[in-house]
Design a protein around this ligand. Structure first.
Ligand code: BDR
Ligand code: CA
Length: 332
């Protein structure tokens, strides 16, 4: 962000687990972001827990004035909700979260908060969704003109050339609610997709975690919640302790801090059929052999490459964040 550029207004829709917490802290603390609201959604954990974790992250960062609404408790179809406790811990905070923390939730549901903030700032807000797309799809149903009220939508989700992480082809955020994902991909807005292709290659290492722990305060909290997350990635992905940072990449791309080095704009959709492809994101990447020629009418920018050293500035920001602004946990 240059001195002349104003920060990007962002609404962050989160299923607050470990990486969502980092995304929230980044959005609350980075000068390129003006976080105007946050919404909890089911996914990594139950929606109540996701919303509580969201409030907690913003309170730690000294931003309790940012409205936080609670949203969908399960997928659009009304089918069963499957959570990511095995990845993020039962509390979404690596089982070391502050269980006594309470703070007031906005008096409207998440979808209504999205619509009212969009109406308040027409054309200015980037909606960044980093959990299942349920709240976004509900907001679209509530306000069909929502695309004309937003600057655009950025999501962490899907996989282009990369394999899935929940099935062989499906990434977790899309897999949780493919019908909602399909609605978000079909809507008439500029959509930026930050998929596993880049998030699985942008890693936090044990050395980063030790630096966070040593820095104290907010950074120390992040270092502690990463412990469980590192175990998951060691067992299920990389064979050694490290982790992705998935969601913060979407915030940084939306704010223009992280510039993709390859991000063609292509036609895209989501498979919401009941077969083995359920939850797969399908991008038309047939132009890859000739530098991705323009596709008429395409609105989906898919980030295929970016600077994978992005962990450094994220860790720097967290280490500079200072103490948690929650003085005493509020007892229920
Ligand atoms: C996505 O799924 C969740 O576990 C993470 O928070 C991230 O949003 C990665 O597939
Ligand atoms: Ca998430």
């Amino acid at each position: 962000m240059s001195a002349a550029t104003s920060p990007t207004k962002i609404i962050l829709d989160v299923d607050t687990g470990v990486d969502d917490t980092i995304a929230l802290l980044y959005a609350a603390l980075h000068p390129a972001v003006e976080l105007v609201g946050a919404c909890g959604v089911w996914g990594n954990v139950e929606v109540e827990q996701a919303t509580r974790n969201t409030l907690h992250a913003l309170a730690m960062a000294g931003r309790p004035e940012i409205p936080v609404a609670s949203g969908a408790a399960g997928p659009l179809t009304g089918g069963p909700a499957h959570y990511g406790h095995f990845v993020h811990g039962d509390d979404g905070q690596g089982n070391v979260g502050d269980t006594s923390f309470r703070a007031p939730v906005a008096p409207v549901p998440a979808a209504e908060l999205i619509v009212s903030l969009a109406r308040e700032h027409p054309g200015e807000i980037e909606l960044v969704a980093v959990g299942p797309m349920t709240n976004v799809a509900v907001a679209l149903g509530l306000c069909p003109e929502l695309p004309s009220l937003l600057r655009g939508v950025t999501i962490m989700g899907g996989a282009a050339f990369a394999p899935g992480n929940r099935t062989a082809v499906a990434e977790a955020n899309i897999w949780h609610d493919p019908e909602a994902g399909r609605a978000v991909f079909a809507a008439d807005w500029d959509l930026t997709v930050v998929p596993l292709d880049v998030t699985m290659r942008t890693l936090l290492t044990e050395a980063h975690r030790q630096r966070l722990l040593a820095a104290g305060g907010i950074a120390n909290y992040v270092g502690r919640i990463l412990d469980f997350y590192f175990d998951y990635f060691a067992a299920e992905a990389f064979g050694e302790r490290s982790s992705c940072m998935h969601d913060v990449l979407a915030v940084a791309v939306a704010a223009g801090v992280l510039e993709p080095t390859l991000a063609p704009t292509v036609h895209a959709t989501v498979d919401d059929s009941e077969g083995p492809g359920r939850g797969q994101t399908i991008f038309d990447l047939r132009g890859c052999y000739q530098g991705y020629p323009e596709q008429e009418g395409a609105r989906c920018r898919v980030v295929l490459e970016c600077d994978t050293a992005f962990a450094e500035p994220v860790v720097d920001l967290l280490c500079a964040a200072g103490p948690s602004r929650i003085e005493e946990p509020t007892r229920a």
